[in-house]
Design a protein around this ligand. Structure first.
Ligand code: SAM
Length: 341
């Protein structure tokens, strides 16, 4: 963490509520290194976290409302049906949420925690700074008595910034929205890092999108209104703005397809015409052939068997499998595997 310019800031105090926000400025994004590494590979790629600047985060919110994008409403429906049971099973005193975004669905869990009288602290963790600030502020107002501790950071680098749990306060570590599917080459190493954050009384609450009809999957990532296309293309605007690049955004097009062998969706940006792009901040010139692509996201689709295998490899055990009637999406509770359990 030596290169992290951290500041802990008292953002708001209202009655008994305090929000402290830790901001990892310098390492919030690793854009320079990621772009240099990703665009000089034989198969060009960019990690998905750079899709989420403020505009990208707004576009993602719009995606969540699209008729084709079933994951958000399905996960919300599972949460709505099962939130009280999740709180009863876990005794959730603290909720830590990775990739929390606007925490819209999370409110269902926070409400259940409030009803049960167990919840004391909520820790939203996201790379999008404005989002963390806005979300933390709104929740502190809407949930009087709740301690909200927002963390701006990269969950691939800054998990150590999560404050330790208070003694005797069972923690739920939530990772919703199917974001676990974005990890390449696989989720296991990251799941093992999450396992290390769990005490014996803590649970992981994980949202995973499930394998299904490829047409349904592809429509969810290539909607008729073109919002996902705008979301994907926005990463080029991020590079133009942040690195002084001159990507001709209109010369690239959005591509989304399901890879049946790997069982994941891929998002790509394809050059409609050959072009050369200069990226002054990293002193790089990159040429694209006509039709050449940059992979910008993968989204792995799971089965129960695959997830149980991933959990086992990561030192976790599946405690509850919660799904919808059509088995579109699953929420699971998992615990650290202990020798005596
Ligand atoms: C697919 S959205 C899910 C948002 C929300 N949890 C939901 O279920 O609707 C992914 C979220 O993770 C955040 N994110 C992506 N990569 C991240 C990273 N490496 N570290 C921290 N947050 C990240 C994004 O900013 C975004 O808010």
């Amino acid at each position: 963490m030596s290169n992290v310019d951290r500041r802990s800031e008292l953002a708001r105090t209202a009655g008994r509520n305090t929000i402290s926000v830790h901001v990892g400025e310098g390492t919030r994004r690793t854009l320079h290194e990621d772009v240099l590494d990703g665009l000089t590979r034989p198969s060009k790629e960019l990690p998905p976290k750079h899709l989420y600047d403020t505009y990208g985060s707004e576009l993602f919110d719009r995606i969540c409302e699209l008729p084709e994008y079933y994951p958000t409403r399905t996960e919300r429906a599972i949460l709505t049906a099962r939130a009280d049971a999740i709180v009863a099973t876990t005794g959730m005193a603290e909720l830590v949420e990775l990739g929390s975004g606007t925490a819209a669905k999370t409110r269902v869990l926070l409400d259940a925690g409030r009803r049960a009288g167990t919840l004391r602290r909520y820790v939203p963790f996201d790379v999008a700074e404005q989002m963390v600030r806005a979300t933390a502020g709104a929740l502190a107002e809407d949930y009087p008595g709740l301690d909200v501790h927002g963390i701006v950071g990269d969950f691939e680098r800054h998990l150590a910034e999560i404050p330790p749990p208070e003694p005797g306060c069972p923690r739920v570590l939530a990772f919703l929205g199917g974001t676990i599917g974005n990890f390449l080459p696989g989720a296991r190493r990251f799941l093992a890092e999450l396992a290390a954050l769990l005490g014996p009384d803590d649970f992981l609450l994980l949202g995973t999108d499930l394998v299904k009809d490829p047409d349904v999957l592809e429509a969810a990532y290539d909607d008729s209104a073109g919002v996902t296309a705008a979301f994907n293309l926005n990463v080029l605007t991020v590079l133009n703005r942040e690195l002084g690049a001159d990507f001709p955004v209109e010369r690239f097009e959005h591509v989304a397809f399901f890879d049946p062998e790997r069982r994941w969706i891929e998002l790509r940006l394809r050059a409609r015409r050959a072009c050369t792009v200069r990226i002054p901040a990293i002193d790089l010139e990159v040429s694209f052939l006509r039709g050449e692509e940059i992979r910008t996201e993968i989204s792995t689709k799971f089965t129960r068997q695959r997830l149980a295998g991933d959990y086992a490899a990561a030192g976790l055990e599946l405690a509850e499998w919660l799904t919808d009637d059509e088995a579109l999406f699953a929420l699971t509770l998992a615990r650290r595997r202990l020798p005596d359990r």
